[in-house]
Structure formats: C-alpha cells, structure tokens
Design a protein around this ligand. Structure first.
Ligand code: UD1
Ligand code: UDP
Length: 379
C-alpha cells in the first residue's frame, strides 16, 4: 500500500517522525511512504534540523512554496500537490494538524478522490477567527479516517455528526473516527531520554542549576497585534525581575518584534540579563528546556502538551485552548495576554507546582495504531 504524507510546518515535521518510525519498525513490508514537504517552513532551524535529528526520511518532493498571504500560499500548494498526487496516485494521503499545508493537501486530495487520513482530528478552539480552526474543520469534513488524540476531540467530532458506528470500508461519505492517542506523546516517550542526554543547551545558555521559565509566542493573534505583543513582552520583563526566562523566537515573532514594539521596550528586553532571546532551537534542545523549566508560558499547541508530558505547569497565552483536558487537570491555566493574571498564576504555580498529571494522550503507540488502521482499509 502506498501513502503520501504531506507536511510543511515545524510541528508537522516533528509529528511525521512518529509515523515514519512506526512504518520503518513494523510495517515496511506492507506500507510505502512518500513524503511531500510543501516548503511552508524553510529556514534550516524550522525544517532541516528536524529531519536530521529525528531521522525522518528526506522528502521525496519539496514544493518550496514559502511564505505568502493565506490564499496565495494555499493556492500555490494546491497546484503543486495536485501535480505530485497525479504522478504518485497513492492509496491514502496523510495530513497532520491544522496548518495551511494541511488544508491545501486535504482539498487537493479530496478533489482527486484520494482518501485522506487526518492525524490530530477533532480538535476545536471554537474561534473561527483563528486560521487553524477553519483549516481543521474543513480537513476533518473531507477525511476518510479521522485519528483524534483525546476524548474531547472525539466528543467534538460526534457533535459535528460523525459516527462511531460506521463500518468498513470507510470513505469520505462513511468516515471512520478513532480515538488513538497523540503521536506527539509517542515522540516524547521515544526521544525524551536521548534528548536530555544529548542536548547541550542548558550549558550553552548557562542555565544549569538555575530555575527558569520557558516561553514561546508565535500565534498570529499575539504577534500581529501590537498591543497584545507589547503586553506579553512587558510581562516577560516583569518576570525577569525575579527569574530567568528563555524565549526561543519563532521567525514570525522575531520579525514582528522590530515592527510592533516600541524601541525602548525592545532595548530593555535585549539588555536584560535574565531574558534569553534565542533563535528557534532543535527538538532535542526544546525537550531539554521543557524538562528543566520550572514553568512554561506558551501560545503553542504542541508546547502546551509537552509541558504536560514533562509534568510542568503551563500558562496558555491565548483566550482558549483545544487541549481542555490539561485545564481540567489543573496543571495549566488560560491567561490570555492579561499581565496581572500571568504574574499571579506564575507566582501561584511556582509556590504550588501541580503533581497530578493523569493520562490523557494515550499509551505512546498512536502511530502504530494509525498505520494498522490505514492498512486495514485497503479497498
Ligand atoms: C504556521 C501555522 C500555525 C502553526 C505554526 C507552527 C498556518 C496558518 N499557521 O504558522 O498553525 O502553529 O506554523 O510553527 O498554517 N517564516 C520564516 N521562516 C520560516 C517560516 C516562516 O521567516 O521558515 C516567517 C515568514 O515571515 C512568514 C511568517 O514566519 O511570513 C509566518 O509563517 P507561516 O508559515 O505563514 O505561519 P506561522 O506563523 O509559521
Ligand atoms: N519546538 C522546537 N523548537 C523551538 C520551538 C518549538 O523544536 O524553538 C517544537 C516543540 O517542542 C513542539 C513543536 O515545535 O514539538 C511545536 O511547534 P509550534 O509551537 O511551532 O507549533 P504548534 O504546535 O503551535 O502548531
């Protein structure tokens, strides 16, 4: 059976490592994977670095679409994906998450009547101003196999009319939905020891034996809005009065800091010895930072979950989250860009770190389940 996996943004490359690994370990006789990289992320520290570190096979196709407006970027991807799918003619197209690469791949495959397997189906923020919310809803509704990582994801799909009772063979009109755990958790279990052992980031940033906060910010709603971006970085400055804070900067954020922040604030940030603004770091370095951080502040979906995997409290710099189970568990709080709230909860979690992290994200074998299910749906 032949599948084409379509990836493009940093978290998708990382997630794809889990599936490629499962194929290599258990299904190489039955399943051939062709990888298309749309080129949505292209800096070496947003793309190549992960292929090397996580031993993901080099993409068979790099469409080199790059950055553009949503419509232009998605349209370029669709044009080029269509050409490749017509040549490869796979049994399934596999897509991850909710980026423009996911959407472009899903629409293109569905128009060619190629069945789609959507990994990370069912997640909802219930905020349609978020580009990702549109991408994931549209993708789910043209998929044949929907793999949801959490119970909440399954519930969301059931509310939208998907049924658990459908029988094989699954099609886009008779889709199969599966609660299978999270491929990011598979990766976390597989790489955590190795990453902690290999990474030299703590030494490089002089963070050994130093309590620190880890912070990532990249969501459009935070970076494109001067007021929100300013409040977030003023809050970082306030936390830095008492504790070191490490901020690996997404290229989007890095570019917008110069444009959106007042010069004096920017100077205060860059001159503050407790604030470490870095380039994006490798996956192993990120795992080492997460493992050693006292607390994590983030607007990233993936980093919220990794905080949970490492049993760290997290502050979610958004107005809502798709991963509501970690809020229910009491280990994360939604703080939006409210400075007083962020500082108060940072202090609370520092004094009272949560200790109960019930199992939410499966058993670490989600990718294996996904491969088996795809194979069992061969027509
Ligand atoms: C995208 C996804 C988002 C995901 C994030 C993961 C969409 C709509 N958004 O957001 O869901 O959480 O990836 O990181 O698909 N840039 C570079 N170098 C790169 C990549 C990007 O400089 O290698 C800069 C460009 O200025 C670009 C900007 O970052 O315009 C935004 O990149 P884009 O891929 O459009 O969106 P992300 O914010 O990365
Ligand atoms: N990540 C990384 N280096 C960084 C920041 C993040 O390797 O400098 C990893 C992180 O560990 C997680 C993934 O990237 O696995 C999350 O991606 P991102 O925050 O870009 O997107 P999101 O998950 O919000 O879609």
């Amino acid at each position: 059976m032949k599948i084409v996996s379509i990836i493009g943004a940093r978290p998708q490359i990382i997630k794809a490592a889990a599936l490629s690994r499962a194929i290599r370990q258990y299904f190489s006789d039955e399943l051939t994977e062709i990888i298309i990289h749309t080129g949505q992320h292209y800096d070496s520290n947003m793309s190549d670095i992960f292929f090397d570190e996580l031993q993901i096979p080099k993409p068979h196709y790099n469409l080199q679409v790059g950055s553009d407006s949503h419509a232009r970027q998605t349209a370029q991807m669709m044009l080029k994906i269509e050409e490749v799918l017509c040549v490869e003619n796979p049994d399934f197209v596999v897509v991850y998450g909710d980026t423009n690469s996911t959407l472009a791949a899903a629409i293109t495959a569905s128009k060619l009547h190629i069945p789609i397997a959507h990994i990370e189906a069912g997640l909802r923020s219930f905020n349609k101003t978020m580009p990702e919310e549109i991408n994931r809803i549209l993708c789910d509704h043209c998929s044949t196999l929907l793999f949801t990582p959490t119970k909440k994801g399954l519930e969301n799909l059931l509310k939208e009319g998907f049924s658990k009772e459908n029988n094989k063979p699954f099609t886009a009109d008779n889709p199969g939905i599966f609660l299978c755990g999270d491929v990011m958790y598979d990766n976390n279990l597989y790489y955590r020891e190795k990453a902690i052992e290999k990474s030299k980031i703590l030494n490089a940033l002089k963070l050994e034996n130093e309590p620190f906060v880890l912070c990532t910010i990249h969501r459009a709603e935070n970076t494109d809005n001067a007021k929100r971006l300013t409040t977030l970085f003023e809050t970082i400055l306030e936390i830095a009065q008492q504790q070191k804070i490490v901020v690996p900067l997404h290229p989007r954020t890095n570019k917008l800091l110069d444009i959106k922040l007042e010069k004096t604030l920017l100077q205060h940030l860059t001159n503050n010895k407790n604030i470490i603004l870095t380039e994006p770091v490798s996956f192993f370095d990120m795992l080492a930072l997460e493992h050693n951080a006292q607390l994590i502040m983030t607007d990233s979906g993936g980093v919220q979950k990794e905080a949970y995997f490492f049993k760290k409290p997290s502050l979610i710099l958004r107005n809502e989250t798709e991963w509501t189970e970690i809020i229910d568990a009491g280990t994360a709080q939604i703080v939006d860009t409210n400075k007083e709230k962020i500082v108060a909860i940072w202090k609370f979690f520092s004094a009272h770190p949560p200790s109960n992290f019930p199992s939410i994200f499966g058993d670490g074998a989600a990718a294996q389940f996904i491969c088996k299910t795809i194979l069992s749906n061969k027509h």
